[in-house]
Design a protein around this ligand. Structure first.
Ligand SMILES: NC(=O)C1=CN([C@@H]2O[C@H](COP(=O)(O)OP(=O)(O)OC[C@H]3O[C@@H](n4cnc5c(N)ncnc54)[C@H](O)[C@@H]3O)[C@@H](O)[C@H]2O)C=CC1
Ligand SMILES: N[C@@H](CC=O)C(=O)O
Length: 814
């Protein structure tokens, strides 16, 4: 014999009931079947509402009873041919009249008891099971209706009665003896006490009814038919890639169902587990799907984690005090105080110092718990041996569940590492010695992010999702978006990285799409962005709290550079080609470095020096591996190298500078390049990376630009350069006369940095440097005579964007 249970959604409409009939008809051709049905979806709540309206003196309950009646009568009309309808219509009407009578009584009394409520809600399952029995019969499927109230006997704890299994099993065997049809239909959820008064088995109790029946008749299997295709690796409303678990042990299923996987009512497992009856979770709306089987053995598929679950609305209660250390009885008194007020403890942790004990309870019970515990420990609190109970709310539990976790070291390391890297603070941890469950208490606002992270870490072989927020969509930013668009598919296929641009901002507005902005039409989409600035953009990023988030600064804005600390503090990685942060006063540069370290997230700015060239990375590799820098000599301005490589007096100097700007080598404000300030910033950043506390003021700048060029606007700058043509010509001629080239050189030696224009003779390391190239020469302990040389394009949107791209990838691998 098989037992099948159909939940409220599976019997919510006449159409759904016809599916049930199809499923069951196929089953009974093989072996006899008992089906346990819930009330039509929503009916239990509707009945409870009638009761509370009536108890509150609100006559609207009559209208609600009317709706319930109509719904059930309609189902009869749709499921049963007209000629056979009348007896079922009058049976339903009679039961609905009883509901109304009961509500009238409640209305008159102005109150309702647990016993009356049980009676009231029992009508949902009673009526649905009778209608479904008749529907089978109308389809010529012989079916017997069994009254669960006569079979399942409980104590008198209304609302959540305890089953007397011995008596119940006996009733089932008696009933089985006279069974003459291949099919039995039973109402779920309801039972009766020793005096025959209706009781219920707790919300979701229809699963339990089915398990009790399966155990009583020693069924070959129990099938729970619902509206999902099995137990999932995580809640699919939160984790898009959650998938069905094909097989799971009873113990794992109990852990997962206790921890919020609503697919199965937790007590269901116990009766069938004792008899090793397999439980299948199947989907009424996709009966062909394999579903999940819950069985004795833990299924080994190479992944020790079976599922991820969570409990929301948790409060953490901490009892602390020096008077607790080494004194027996504190925990007993704490638990007794909670138990005396029917407060259920969900999680317990205690450090070996015994200085504190911490328990998790449902947040709705937190205030009651505080009163109870403070009263229980009043003498110790008054003597300051124990502190008043500390209550923290807005917390949740996320838990990894898996029978095989016990034989696998490193799972909790992976779990907490992944949460930590993403700024999810763990408030308490619990792991039983069975190691079947590792629970972490975290802020409720972090739950979605945490579950997705853990799912990615333990289940997704497919990809890791990276959420990018890019600010600044100009020259370099625009090219970065092109490169990302071009490479997205490759990264997905070859590196299992799903790089999504979730946010884009310019100086006036921003756009966020958590599904990822289409990189082929971002310009048009930007027009529909919201008006905002860097503060509202970064607030929005933080509030969304997405996992694996990288903020990319492709502006030259000080305002944007000021936003990094608040992002790093939330473990959001920052990638910047904007040089302002790292060339601000040393204290700010240090603060950012410290925050990146403290919050275990990346702060990367390789493109600050040499654009896409690996200058900072190489320097750090040398330092980390124990080398010592003696000196740095470098040409670090793509713009100036381009200008001096292209200026020979045949056209105005200003015109060559304009060309450098048009080709995208200059800063948004080209005066920073021509004045040498950009190069000062770069050599300072390199010096700082070696550990030097250098400031801009201590760098000497032998500028070749007449001071008058720096007055006024950028247009004034170009006009003034035209006027100063003779000056530029004379510099060029002097170098040419010596057979030299002009290079704007930066040096760092023995803690001192300087920048300035130099005549470079043939044979010098810097002589053969063409176009917009940069060159950096490091002399170190290991490269004392022949320097380590890095050379190549040092400016331009494409190379800079690719350097930023590489930093983004580094940040994601942190
Ligand atoms: N061009 C190059 O070769 C290299 C450039 N860089 C750096 O790249 C950065 C960007 O350079 P480009 O793309 O050439 O400049 P750009 O002027 O073309 O683009 C910067 C963009 O940032 C936007 N912006 C300014 N303030 C903003 C704010 N508060 N919020 C949001 N967006 C804002 C501007 O509207 C503009 O669209 C600069 O910091 C530059 O130093 C670094 C290495 C090489
Ligand atoms: N404007 C800069 C670009 C790179 O930082 C330069 O010309 O080098």
């Amino acid at each position: 014999m098989q037992v099948l249970k159909f939940g409220g959604t599976s019997v919510g409409t006449a159409e759904a009931i016809l599916r049930v009939i199809d499923i069951v008809s196929e089953k009974i051709s093989k072996e006899p079947v008992i089906i346990v049905v819930s009330a039509f979806g929503g009916t239990t709540d509707a009945l409870l509402q009638c009761g509370s309206l009536a108890a509150g003196g609100n006559e609207l309950y009559k209208e609600h009873v009317g709706h319930i009646t109509t719904r059930h009568l309609d189902a009869v009309r749709q499921l049963i041919p007209v000629q056979q309808q009348s007896s079922m219509l009058s049976a339903v009407k009679k039961l609905c009249n009883e509901v109304e009578d009961l509500c009238n009584g409640i209305f008159l009394l102005g109150e309702t008891t647990a016993r009356t409520k049980d009676k009231l809600v029992s009508y949902g399952e009673l009526i649905s099971s009778l209608v479904i029995t008749a529907a089978f019969q109308a389809k010529s499927v012989p079916a017997t209706w069994w009254d669960s109230r006569k079979l399942i006997r409980t104590n008198g704890e209304f609302g959540n009665a305890t089953v007397d299994f011995a008596l119940t099993n006996e009733q089932f065997s008696l009933e089985l003896q006279s069974l003459s049809t291949p099919l039995v239909v039973m109402p779920g959820f309801i039972a009766s006490d020793t005096e025959g008064i209706t009781t219920t088995l707790g919300r979701g109790g229809s699963d339990y009814t089915a398990a009790i029946a399966a155990a009583a008749v020693k069924a070959s299997s129990l099938e729970i038919w619902t509206d999902v295709s099995g137990m999932m690796t995580a809640d699919p409303r939160w984790v898009l890639n959650a998938r069905v678990i094909p097989a799971i042990s009873y113990q794992e299923a109990m852990e997962l169902s206790h921890f919020g996987a609503k697919v199965i009512y937790p007590p269901t497992i116990q009766p069938v587990m004792n008899l090793h009856i397999p439980v299948w979770i199947k989907n009424t709306f996709a009966p062909g799907d394999a579903g999940t089987v819950i069985q004795n053995e833990s299924y080994r598929n190479g992944n020790p984690v079976r599922g991820i679950s969570s409990i929301s609305n948790l409060a953490l209660l901490s009892l602390e005090g020096s008077g607790m250390v080494g004194v027996p009885g504190f925990s007993r008194r704490l638990f007794e105080a909670l138990a005396a007020h029917q407060i259920n403890v969900i999680l317990i942790t205690q450090g070996s110092s015994e200085h504190s004990i911490c328990v998790g309870v449902d947040a709705t019970a937190a205030d009651k718990a505080k009163m109870a515990v403070d009263a229980a420990f009043a003498p110790e609190i008054s003597l300051r041996k124990v502190e008043p109970l500390i209550v923290e709310k807005d917390l949740s539990i996320v838990a990894l569940v898996g029978e095989q976790m016990k034989s696998h070291p490193g799972i909790s390391g992976k779990m907490f590492g992944s949460l930590g890297r993403n700024g999810v603070n763990v408030r308490a941890i619990a792991q039983g010695s069975s190691e079947r469950n590792i629970s972490a208490v975290i802020a409720t606002r972090d739950v979605r992010k945490a579950i997705n992270l853990l799912h990615e870490e333990f289940f997704e072989k497919t990809y890791k999702q990276i959420n990018l927020f890019i600010t600044g969509v100009g020259n370099v930013g625009g090219r970065l978006l092109q490169q990302l668009a071009q490479q997205q598919q490759f990264l997905l296929q070859h590196m299992r990285l799903q790089l999504r641009v979730v946010g884009l901002a310019n100086s006036k507005r921003y756009l966020i799409n958590e599904e990822g902005i289409d990189l082929l039409s971002w310009k048009a989409a930007m027009d529909h962005g919201v008006e905002g600035n860097i503060t509202s953009f970064t607030d929005d990023i933080i509030q969304r709290n997405l996992r694996n988030t990288v903020f990319v600064d492709v502006t030259a804005s000080e305002e944007v550079a000021r936003a990094y600390p608040k992002l790093l503090e939330k473990s959001i990685a920052v990638v910047a080609c904007n040089k302002i942060a790292c060339s601000s006063p040393y204290s700010y540069y240090r603060e950012l470095k410290n925050k990146s370290h403290e919050f275990n997230t990346s702060f990367l700015f390789e493109t600050n020096v040499g654009a896409g060239l690996p200058v900072i990375g190489t320097l750090n590799d040398l330092l980390k591996s124990g080398d010592r820098i003696h000196s740095i000599e470098a040409v670090l301005s793509g713009t100036l190298n381009f200008v001096f490589n292209n200026y020979d007096g045949s056209r105005p100097f200003a015109e060559v500078v304009r060309q450098a700007q048009d080709e995208g080598y200059t800063e948004p404000d080209p005066r920073l390049d021509l004045s040498g300030v950009d190069v000062m910033r770069k050599i300072m950043i390199l010096a700082r990376e070696t550990g030097e506390h250098l400031e801009m003021e201590s760098i000497s700048n032998n500028s070749f630009l007449p001071a008058s060029c720096m007055n006024g606007s950028v247009d004034d700058f170009y006009n003034e350069m035209l006027k100063q043509e003779a000056h530029f010509r004379s510099i060029f001629d002097a170098a040419a006369a010596n057979g030299c080239k002009l290079k704007f050189v930066a040096t760092y030696n023995e803690g001192k940095a300087s920048v300035g224009l130099q005549q470079i003779a043939p044979g010098h390391d810097l002589y053969h440097l063409y176009g917009k190239d940069n060159i950096v020469l490091f002399k170190t302990d290991r490269y004392p005579l022949q320097p380590l040389v890095i050379k190549g394009a040092g400016a331009g949107a494409d190379v800079t964007a690719s350097g930023v791209f590489a930093d983004i990838l580094r940040a994601t691998l942190n």
